[in-house]
Each structure stands twice: as C-alpha cells, then as structure tokens.
Design a protein around this ligand. Structure first.
Ligand SMILES: Nc1ncnc2c1ncn2[C@@H]1O[C@H](COP(=O)(O)OP(=O)(O)O)[C@@H](O)[C@H]1O
Ligand SMILES: [Mg+2]
Length: 264
C-alpha cells in the first residue's frame, strides 16, 4: 500500500521505508489518531509538525510500538516496515525496536561511562568480543561526531557531559545496534541554538544511511532539514507532502493558518 501525497502537484514519492495506513489509536475512550495514512521515505527526513497535543509523539511511538507499553492503548490499521505488518502477532518487538530506534526529547544516557552507554545494546544482545565492541564503539561515536571529543574520555561518566554531547551520545548508542529507522521526538528542545545546529547537521548526514522521522514544534527546523512534512491537528493528518511545497503552497487552509502563525 503506497499512500499518495495530499497534493497531486508534488513530485512522486521515493521508496517508502515505513507506511502507516488508516491508523486509529485510542487511549482508553479517547481517540488520539484518526485514519492517519502516510509514508516515511527511505533515506529521507520526514517531519511531523502541529500544535501541542495533536498526536505527533503518539504517531512516532506507533512506528516502533512504544505505545504498547501504555496500558489501555488500542491500535487499529496497518503499519509496515519494508512492506511487512509490524503489528502482526509474529512480530518480535525487541527486534523491531532495534530496527526502529528512538531518540527522546531530553537526552537520557544511562548513569554509566561513555563506553558502557554506547555498548549497552550490543552487550544485552550477548556480544562480548573485545575487538568487535571496540570497533563498534569507535564507528558509532564517529558517526555521531563525538569521537574526537571523547576518545580520551571513554570512561568518563556520561551524565557529566554537556547536554548536546549527551544527546549525540544517545544517537551513538542507537547507531551501535545498526538501526534502519531513527525516530526523534523534539530532539533539540533541551538544546541551545548552537547545539541544535549540530544535531540538525548530523541528521542531514545520517539520512544517507538511515530513514529519519522527527517530531518538532519548530516549523523553521522542519523547513530547514526535512524532505517531507506531515501537518497534524487534533489526531488528523491534515496534509502530507513535499516540505518545500507544503511550506510555500499548502493545499489545505488549516495548514496555511498554522504555518502563517494564525494557529498554535
Ligand atoms: N499515555 C497517555 N494516556 C492518555 N492520553 C494520552 C497519553 N499520551 C498522550 N495522550 C493524549 O493524546 C493526545 C496526543 O498526545 P501527543 O501524541 O503527546 O501529542 P503531541 O506530541 O503532538 O504534543 C493528547 O490529547 C494527549 O493528552
Ligand atoms: Mg509530543
């Protein structure tokens, strides 16, 4: 199932890494997502924007089944990763969360050393081969632009690093387990503008190898870094399409109101 952009004048979409189709999500009696259909393009950045409480984080959590951890959640509809239904009973949720990893709003390194943070996932998976661990650690820290800063401080407590390095360490911890999709929920909201610019630059580099989905309440950020944007309002996906087009020539008056600052 390949959803089409809201606006027919958008260029054709590249291959979808993930697809959400006719998705409804309920927290108990409250419906937080309504018939959401959209693709998440492979090796591109997709941004989810919209006012607070419209369901952005909920939709992001659908993509690696993090909502499963919340009691009383009901998900209906289809969510695909490489064409396979991730809500099928046979899905191994731990494997899914390795393939579709998440970075949170506030950096959340474990109270361990830099090295032990990066290698956490591999050790849980039972990898203890020293050369392999060292190789993965260097590769992951380099990819998150931390190697030069931290190579002489691998035993330093992660929680004592500056916030932006903590957030990039969380990215390195994800990269160490070789994900395919990276979900980021307002990853810069705790960071200053310089640290934010660094994360944005990092995302642009990472999309060569990964598919990225970012929730942001910062429209400028979505416009700067994303290829595709979905605008949500009260659980509805109002409009989805090419970022440049959506911000300059929205198809829906509600999108127009939001991006021109008349709403939210
Ligand atoms: N665990 C939860 N239990 C009940 N309602 C929730 C829960 N998480 C979010 N909601 C509700 O779902 C709606 C969407 O929330 P959320 O996805 O966090 O929005 P956003 O990320 O766009 O701010 C809001 O009305 C929120 O109150
Ligand atoms: Mg949120």
């Amino acid at each position: 199932m390949i959803p089409t952009p809201t606006n027919p004048s958008d260029p054709p979409l590249p291959t979808a890494k993930m697809v959400v189709a006719k998705l409804d999500l309920f927290y108990g009696a409250f419906q937080a997502l309504r018939q959401v259909t959209m693709p998440f393009a492979k090796n591109h950045i997709t941004a989810l924007i919209g006012p607070s409480g419209c369901g952005k984080s909920t939709l992001l959590r659908v993509l690696n089944r993090m909502n499963d951890l919340i009691p009383g959640v009901l998900v209906q509809g289809r969510v695909e990763l490489d064409g396979l239904d991730i809500y099928a009973p046979a899905t191994d949720v731990c494997e899914l969360r390795t393939r579709v990893g998440m970075v949170f709003q506030r950096p959340n390194p474990f109270p361990l050393s830099v090295r032990d943070n990066v290698l956490f996932g591999l050790r849980v998976a039972g990898v203890h081969h020293r050369a392999r661990l060292d190789e993965t650690m260097e590769r992951s820290l380099r990819a998150a632009w931390l190697w030069d800063n931290l190579k002489d401080r691998l035993h330093h407590p992660a929680l004592e690093l500056p916030l932006d390095q903590q957030q990039r360490l969380c990215v390195a911890r994800l990269l160490a387990v070789s994900p395919e999709v990276i979900l980021m929920d307002e990853p810069c909201s705790a960071l200053d503008p310089i640290a934010t610019a660094k994360i944005e630059e990092l995302m642009l580099e990472l999309k060569r190898d990964y598919s990225i989905v970012i929730v942001t309440h910062n429209m400028q950020q979505a416009a700067r870094i994303s290829d595709y944007t979905g605008y949500m309002l009260l659980g509805d996906m109002v409009e989805f399409g090419d970022t440049g087009r959506l911000f300059t020539n929205p198809a829906d008056t509600r999108t127009q109101d939001y991006i021109s600052g008349r709403y939210g």
